[in-house]
Structure formats: structure tokens, C-alpha cells
Design a protein around this ligand. Structure first.
Ligand code: 13P
Length: 250
């Protein structure tokens, strides 16, 4: 299975001025980590986050990027800009970006390709809405999201992608998918990858679960064979809570 990665997605939370100290706090709280620990922060906070992570085991990620190298794209941020700051990971296609900022499977694919080309590790988010789950089309939807996101990406690059399965109905709602529900979809994602590529590539890819993951439910989710980590929203904003999830990733 893929390498274990516990990543915090701060979303639009925390100020630049509190970021360096908070990342240091996360590093101290997760000192015994047996997995990769990542803090994904708003663009404005990244330089401070990288400072806080210096000489620690913590890596820093962004929450988005643009798929062009440079140019007239007011308000956008390129892969080179992130790399120049010392950023290693980038979340791509989060459901909040798909829902509120018109991201499509096509732009997600362009962004994943750009991140890989530049040497950033993409954390590709997929997930169904409650309506889609109730209509019984979860697997179809996820399969399409994965196939479109990986279009034109060779196996040697595909294995570097981290996938986060985040059912939209579980995000920020306190309603976690059961470990069995999460495992079912994460296993299906691995099967789609095996079909697109091969078994080895499918096994190498890290597949995270995200959606109301917390200190209390992390161990059960992370014990599942196809769940190699978590993408944590709310519980990543308190270092003690986040550290308990990291602790559970053994
Ligand atoms: P919550 O952990 O707050 O539900 O958010 C999950 C998420 O969207 C992480 O990207």
C-alpha cells in the first residue's frame, strides 16, 4: 500500500502571523510520527508555514494552484511560485473548489499534470454528494473523476499522486463515512487505478480518507487496508487533535 500521509487542510483559516508558531506546535506535537505529516495552508500563509516547518519532519502544502506557468491570470498562483517558497504538496480539485469556484474534471486534470511536471505532489480530491450516494451512482462518479484526473498521465507519474476520497456529505458535517463505506470506495479507487495502469501502480498510490476525520474515529478508518492516511479539515486546526490522528497512523 501507499506511504501513510496525514495532511491538514486549513481551508480559509488562521492568519499569516500565527502560522509559523502553529506549524512549530504541530511539529512538536507530532514528533514521534511514523507517517508523513503535512500542513496545507492558504497562499498568504505559506512562507510562514515553511519557516515553521524548517528542520522538522513536517512538510507544507498549498490548497490550489493554476495550471499555466505564468502570465495574465489575475489572482492566480503558479507551481513555480509555490516551489520557490519551499512548498512540496498541493491540494487539487477539493469539492469546495469544484462547488464554489467552477473547477471541473478538465481543469483538475490540467492542474494535476502541471503539479507533476514541476515536481509538486498533488493531493487529488474526489468524492460524491449525498444526492449522488442516494442515487446509487457513487462508484460511477468516482470512476469518472479518477479517469478524467489521470488522463494523459503515464504510470511512472501516476504513482506519485496522492488521492483523497472525500464524500461531500461528510465534510465539515461531523458525519463521518463509516470505516466500511470509506474502505469500499478507497478499494474501488485502487481497482480503477489497476485498470488504468497496473497492480503495482495501484498499490503504490497513497489513498487518503477525508470528511470529519478526528481523534476518535481516525484509528478505525486508518486500520482499513485501502486507507493510507487522512486529509483533515477542522481537526487540523488544533495541534493536539491533529497529533492524535497522526498517532493513529501507525
Ligand atoms: P473536515 O475534516 O472539516 O470535515 O474537512 C475535510 C476536508 O474537506 C479536508 O479537505
Amino acid at each position: 500500500m501507499g506511504k501513510y500521509i496525514i495532511a491538514g487542510n486549513w481551508k480559509m483559516n488562521k492568519l499569516p502571523s500565527e502560522t509559523e508558531a502553529y506549524v512549530k506546535e504541530v511539529a512538536a506535537a507530532t514528533a514521534g510520527a511514523q507517517c508523513e505529516v503535512v500542513c496545507c495552508t492558504p497562499f498568504t500563509n505559506l512562507a510562514e508555514a515553511v519557516k515553521g516547518a524548517e528542520n522538522t519532519h513536517v512538510s507544507i502544502g498549498a490548497e490550489n494552484l493554476h495550471f499555466e506557468d505564468k502570465g495574465a491570470y489575475t489572482g492566480e498562483v503558479s507551481a513555480d511560485m509555490l516551489l520557490d517558497l519551499g512548498v512540496k504538496y498541493v491540494i487539487i480539485g477539493h469539492s469546495e473548489r469544484r462547488q464554489y469556484f467552477a473547477e471541473t474534471d478538465e481543469t483538475v486534470n490540467l492542474k494535476v499534470k502541471k503539479a507533476l511536471e514541476k515536481g509538486l505532489v498533488p493531493i487529488l480530491c474526489v468524492g460524491e454528494s449525498l444526492e449522488q450516494r442516494e442515487a446509487g451512482i457513487t462508484m460511477d462518479l468516482i470512476t469518472i473523476q479518477i479517469k478524467k484526473a489521470f488522463a494523459g498521465i503515464p504510470a511512472s507519474e501516476a504513482e506519485k499522486v496522492v488521492i483523497a476520497y472525500e464524500p461531500i456529505w461528510a465534510i465539515g458535517t461531523g458525519k463521518t463515512a463509516t470505516a466500511d463505506q470509506a474502505e469500499e470506495v478507497c478499494g474501488a479507487i485502487r481497482a480503477v487505478l489497476a485498470g488504468l495502469y497496473d497492480g503495482k501502480t495501484a498499490q503504490t498510490v497513497t489513498i487518503q480518507y477525508g470528511g470529519s476525520m478526528n481523534a476518535a474515529n481516525a484509528a478505525e478508518l486508518l486500520a482499513k487496508p485501502n486507507i493510507d492516511g487522512g486529509l483533515i479539515g477542522g481537526a487540523s486546526l488544533k495541534s493536539a487533535d491533529f497529533a492524535k490522528i497522526v498517532e493513529a497512523a501507525k
